[in-house]
Design a protein around this ligand. Structure first.
Ligand code: AVJ
Length: 302
């Protein structure tokens, strides 16, 4: 469990997605500075037919789906090419799953919907290995993994995949630092609200007393680690109490808590790395700026 006693202090990214956080994230996706969602959707819109043609599946499992708007392109291609299919989104946020279910009912009746309200790591356990499946992991959510959680995630995912299964992976790419930094320090301050909101969520979970008025948001691109780092920084020396654990910690002025990382990737290198998890490259799609990559991979057959 996260104790906040490491140096630097850090939190797990999934705590960002309480109802308020999920809503803020949806709004971030519409920001002019936040190119990721738009760019990925443009690629997906163009490539959906090719992806579905290359991956002869009956089921699409989406990890961390949110409201799964982008996936509609894949589901429509699936209906066009195979008439039917199953869509199984997995997400920790219920409102997004409900939106996605209602959208499916109304617009994609040929698709059977099986939503799963869970962390995707837990969702793997309930996946039917007998159906040929396309796993979909979009939005560069892999950027949240540190090197050890990256390895754990891909080991578990690859283990959960059958020999006829595919993975579609969205990855944000290394690029100009200013473009990167602007995407995580928007002029409306929505990203700051999103990151600091994690402390309200933690307060509800742990009955702690983080005060959002006594902290500020800071982010920067760490070129050595090729990642955006997003912090809550204390603006004063304060005592944070955790009554349910009968303990407290001193959060000193200017001391930082790492709330989220967003790693940036070199697609060729990522493809090479994924071979170690028995995931072999099939196709690579990108945009005209080469800002974002969609990788289609296949589980190595036995
Ligand atoms: C959902 C993890 C892909 O890293 O770009 C956006 C989250 N955090 N702005 C990202 C996020 C701040 C986002 N991911």
């Amino acid at each position: 469990m996260r104790t906040l006693l490491d140096q630097p202090r850090w939190l797990e990214a999934y705590h960002l997605y309480d109802d308020r956080g999920s809503e803020l994230f949806e709004r971030i996706c519409e920001l002019p500075e936040y190119y990721l969602t738009r760019t990925e959707e443009t690629i997906l819109e163009r490539a959906a037919g090719q992806i579905i043609a290359a991956a002869p599946v009956q089921c699409i499992v989406e990890l961390g789906a949110g409201s799964a708007k982008k996936t509609t392109h894949l589901l429509m291609a699936q209906i066009q090419q195979r008439k039917t299919g199953i869509f199984a989104p997995i997400d920790v946020s219920l409102p997004g799953l409900i939106l996605s279910r209602d959208f499916n009912r109304a617009h994609l009746p040929q698709i059977q919907f099986h939503g799963l309200h869970a962390r995707y790591e837990d969702g793997f356990a309930s996946i039917d290995k007998t159906l040929p499946t396309l796993f979909v992991f979009l939005g560069s959510t892999i950027g949240n993994f540190n090197p050890s959680s990256f390895v754990r995630f891909f080991s578990q995912l690859s283990e959960a995949m059958g020999p006829d299964d595919y993975l579609l992976l969205g990855a944000d790419r290394v690029k100009n630092v200013n473009v990167l930094e602007r995407a995580y320090a928007d002029s409306q301050g929505l990203t700051a609200k999103f990151i600091l909101n994690v402390f309200s969520h933690i307060n509800r979970l742990l009955e702690s007393n983080f005060d959002l008025a006594k902290m500020r948001y800071h982010s920067w691109y760490n070129p050595e680690w090729q990642q955006i780092e997003m912090y809550g920084v204390s603006t004063t020396s304060q005592e944070i109490c955790f009554p349910s654990f009968n303990t407290s910690l001193r959060w000193e002025k200017n001391d930082r808590i790492l709330v989220e990382i967003s790693r940036k990737f070199d697609p060729e290198r990522l493809q090479q790395q994924l071979r170690f998890f028995n995931l072999n490259p099939v196709q690579h799609f990108t945009d005209s700026n080469e800002w974002f990559s969609l990788l289609l991979l296949k589980k190595a057959g036995r």
